[in-house]
Design a protein around this ligand. Structure first.
Ligand SMILES: Nc1ncnc2c1ncn2[C@@H]1O[C@H](COP(=O)(O)OP(=O)(O)O)[C@@H](O)[C@H]1O
Ligand SMILES: [Mg+2]
Length: 374
């Protein structure tokens, strides 16, 4: 277990036109599971490689357990790394692959054996120790690669999209296993993924990166419920957060609202929290997750039973199994709503929708930063 402090990490590749890492600051606690997410090319792997020492940094500090390691050789940083494309030694057995790093460290045979048995058991590959990699399934090979890293008990684990070559079912299995491992070993882990579910379920904290910068660092819930800006809001969550761009109006009672058009083109008021009164006459972006737009009717034969709502006409219905995504058009923008799986309606049918504005977040339309009360 170790702490990891990244301080103002900058990296420009030789001959590159621009900086790849533009001053990354992240402090990771001992035993913490930190997940890095961000679009392809934003610098996640570069950051991992600089932590491991496989790439130099242009400036900044990498501090593991209080010790500056920026100039320390990779092998002396006490880090284990698992990549997306893991290479096992093809002519060694599973045992040999897991034991390899320990042999290099000149550990005694008896200790090596105990260590290989320990990790093999933990990863449930103890019955495969005599096999060669070619005799294993993809998931088993991935577990061997993981075992090779785990056998070392390093201070820090780095995982760079370790599951992205696996099929969906296996990924879920491995995800559970990684979570259990972390709970058992309580190790410090930095983990890159582009899979949102992986990020939300595994992370203690998530760092969302874009163009070599950290956009937000927070718990999964903070990232999901209170994104710092529209980029983070739209990056996390599927379907994406809905954005409704409108000018804030004030009612006669000075209550802020926006005007929306229902299915018949009639103007309706969508009331906003009162603190938004200070943004009157300015354009804002209202962010609402699909699950915060609901319809309490599953069958539209009992419309009188519900409270006032805004009626929109259904564009598309996408049943996903556990829920059904319904698409509507609101003020010319497409909005997605997550409805009950047994929701039934035809395209063009008018559906009364409720907007839970207590869950909405609000952004400045030009800076795209989240607005907050006070
Ligand atoms: N060895 C390299 N030399 C020059 N540019 C590189 C090198 N590796 C990565 N890059 C560039 O750095 C940027 C970030 O890449 P990378 O860290 O691999 O992103 P990610 O892992 O987030 O997809 C990309 O623009 C990529 O082209
Ligand atoms: Mg990468």
């Amino acid at each position: 277990m170790a702490t990891l402090d990244l301080k103002q990490i900058r990296k420009t590749y030789p001959k590159a036109a621009q900086e790849t890492l533009k001053g990354i600051d992240i402090s990771i606690e001992s035993g913490e599971f930190l997940i890095l997410v961000g679009p392809s090319g934003c610098g996640k792997s570069t950051l991992m490689n600089t932590i491991a020492g496989l790439e130099d940094i242009s400036s900044g500090h990498i501090v593991i357990d209080g010790r500056e390691v920026s100039q320390v050789e990779p092998k002396d940083r006490d880090i284990a790394m698992v990549f997306q494309s893991y290479a096992l030694y093809p002519n060694m057995t599973v045992y040999g692959n897991i034991a390899f790093g320990l042999k290099i460290r000149k550990m005694a045979d008896k200790e090596i054996n105990a260590e290989v048995q320990r990790v093999a058991k933990m990863l449930q590959i103890d019955h495969l120790l005599d096999r060669k990699p070619s005799q294993l399934s993809g998931g088993q090979r991935q577990r061997v690669a993981m075992g090779r890293a785990l056998a070392r008990r390093p201070k820090l684990y780095l995982f760079d999209e370790p599951l992205s070559n696996l099929d969906a079912k296996l990924r879920v299995e491995m995800r559970h296993q990684i979570k259990r491992l972390h709970q058992q070993l309580n190790t410090t882990i930095v983990y890159v993924t582009h899979d949102q579910i992986e990020a939300m379920t595994l992370a203690d904290r998530i760092a969302v990166m874009k163009d070599g910068e950290v956009q937000q660092l927070g718990t999964p819930n903070e990232i999901y419920a209170t994104p710092n800006n529209m980029f983070v809001a739209s990056f996390m969550g599927s379907p994406s957060m809905n954005f409704i761009r409108e000018v804030v109006c004030l009612s006669a009672e000075k209550q802020p609202f926006i005007e929306v058009h229902d299915h018949a083109g009639a103007k309706q008021r969508l009331m906003l929290p009162s603190w938004l009164a200070e943004h009157a006459n300015r354009e804002i972006v209202i962010g609402l997750r699909p699950e915060h737009i609901t319809c309490e009717l599953n069958h539209l034969d009992n419309e009188s039973a519900i409270e006032p709502s805004i009626s929109l006409s259904l564009d598309v219905l996408e049943p996903t199994g556990p829920d059904t995504i319904a698409m509507f058009s609101l003020n010319g923008e497409e909005v997605a709503c997550r409805l009950a799986p047994d929701f039934v309606a035809q395209t063009g049918q008018v559906v009364p929708l409720k907007f839970d504005m207590t869950k909405a977040v609000f952004f400045d339309a030009s800076s795209e930063l989240r607005l907050s009360a006070g």
